[in-house]
Design a protein around this ligand. Structure first.
Ligand code: HEC
Length: 117
């Protein structure tokens, strides 16, 4: 009985660990998708002077709707049609979720605007 509970405990620890690594991996993957937006929308979606609009801390549904509308060409845009078309609906949902989870905060200039590095 004692042996069995040790085995069970070990299995639970191993499984728990694996799930945790998987979850961390998912977060990293979503962040690397969202990072493609940082160039224009600012680091973590906090844009400078609201141009283009900040994404950080916005409502997920609102962001997702905008992205879907860009993808389908329903909403006028200069560049966002191309960006939105590059992602699957699941990826757009994950990206919208990412930005809605980020706290709105002081703007961080996009890498290009920081003058090199
Ligand atoms: C090359 C610069 C650039 C990149 C990269 C970019 N955007 Fe945009 N985004 C814009 C511009 C400019 C607008 C205004 C609409 C337009 O002209 O296309 C905009 C508008 C938006 C809007 C509408 C915001 C509002 O409140 O009206 C959302 C949402 C958005 N972008 C999300 C994203 C996401 C998510 C990504 C990454 C997958 C991304 N953008 C990547 C430039 C960019």
């Amino acid at each position: 009985m004692k042996k069995l509970s040790i085995v069970t405990a070990c299995a639970a620890i191993l499984l728990g660990g694996a799930t945790n690594i998987w979850a961390q991996d998912q977060v990293a993957q979503v962040r690397s998708l969202a990072a493609t937006c940082f160039t224009c929308h600012g680091n973590e979606g906090r844009s400078v002077g609201g141009v283009p609009p900040a994404l950080a801390g916005r409502d997920k549904g609102e962001l997702l709707q905008a992205l879907r509308d860009f993808k389908e060409g329903k909403r006028p845009a200069t560049i966002m049609h191309q960006h939105a078309k590059g992602y699957t609906d699941q990826q757009l949902e994950a990206i919208a979720g990412y930005f809605s989870a980020v706290k709105a905060g002081p703007a961080t200039p996009a890498p290009a605007a920081r003058g090199g590095n």
